[in-house]
Design a protein around this ligand. Sequence first.
Ligand code: PBG
Length: 322
Amino acid sequence: MIRRPRRNRKTQSIRLLVEETQLSVTDFIYPLFVIEGVNKKEPIASMPGIFRFSSDILMNEIKECVDLGIKSFVLFPSIPDHKKDKLASESLNTEGLYLKTIQKIKHIFPEICLMTDVAMDPYSSDGHDGYAENGEIVNDLTLDILAKMAVAQARAGADILGPSDMMDGRILHIRKALDEDGFTNVSIMSYTAKYASAFYGPFRDALHSAPKFGDKKTYQMNPANRKEALIEAQLDVEEGADMLMVKPAMTYLDIISDLSNNFHLPIAAYNVSGEYAMIKAAAAKGWIDGEKVMIESLLSIKRAGAKIIITYFAKEAAKFLK
Ligand code: PBG
């Protein structure tokens, strides 16, 4: 045999020398859940190790993460049901939980990168990402609501806006609204290929944001489709997105790879709540080595072509990498 691939695996130092993919703490975006009140830290049953924090002690959590080297965060609000309505109007309340918390985070931690969520579902009495009328999600009406939400979040200090709603034309609509208000430096990370996935279950528990009727299949993508992701990506590029995201991550590595091979923008992947929950549950039962599986799955996401990984494992992985 002339070719013996095992020669490149013979010692740890050679294995490291030929290693193609490395994880870095700077790849991660850590999701944070904020609730109203003071001194609150509520565990989320289906996401062991993840909590809903009131904004005062959320600052301690961010400090801990910053000390571990995490520099980027994405914030989601858990809004009480009585503040939800059809138009998601609470999302524009400058005295409300979300916008206040964004301001506070950027005031205390000006150097971190804060990404926000642009979608109606946390504030919608219908639990949908868009405006619902007679059981349908109305695209163009939703765009105006999203654009207002985006500008409000930019004004509060967001660095990156993450439209997670999958309406058509939203990136251009939001970009124009931001630029008209002078927020030309606020970035957009598009949820480019967001699939209608059952892996979002624990997140919807965390925010009590499950749809009140139907499902999200008329706007989120069919898990059977691959080429359609390229159409979405092309539109997002044309409409002015700064980064493209695939969601979920582990069951969509082919999509991450396609986007990374066909577009020059940075690719992100959202390692979603159900992916986290599966690993945590199996590890708790002693069926897998949770830490090893965590690192292996994060590596697979990066190897597929994602530079940025939004993951509930960020804190644990940061500790491991240290
Ligand atoms: C909705 C939104 C969802 C997630 C992030 N933004 C859920 C959904 O589309 O129903 C899921 C994230 C996760 O599961 O970790 N705008």
